[in-house]
Write a protein that binds this ligand. Structure first.
Ligand SMILES: [Ca+2]
Length: 115
């Protein structure tokens, strides 16, 4: 893992599209992860308030990007934040084994925190 990296937090449509492009480059299953078309981001609803927060504790709406997939957040036990290949947000079951999008303090984006 890259030093200081954390689950990616999207702050703009531009950054969402950068991650969507990165997602397109992921053509195979990585580390046996399922090919669900979703990747982990750094936000969640572990407190089950329906108000998603980032791994830094900030409100998702304060990140500058909260463009959900149609029909999401769907809830029903889905409490961890992902994005799909179009860059739209989707809550998903936290135990799922999907790829991870990371970013460093200098906003370098990567898959599974490999730089
Ligand atoms: Ca969902």
């Amino acid at each position: 893992m890259t030093e200081g990296a954390h689950l990616a937090i999207i702050n703009s449509e531009v950054e969402a599209q950068k991650l969507a492009k990165l997602f397109e480059a992921v053509t195979e299953h990585i580390n046996g992860s399922e090919n669900s078309g979703l990747a982990w981001l750094g936000f969640h609803d572990h407190f089950q308030t329906r108000d998603f927060v980032t791994v830094h504790g900030d409100a998702l709406v304060a990140t500058g990007y909260s463009d959900w997939n149609v029909g999401d957040p769907s809830g029903g036990g889905e409490r961890c934040g992902t994005m799909n290949k179009q860059g739209r947000l989707n809550d998903y079951f936290c135990f799922k084994n999907i790829i991870v999008f990371c970013e460093t303090p200098t906003n370098v984006l990567s898959v599974n925190c490999n730089s």
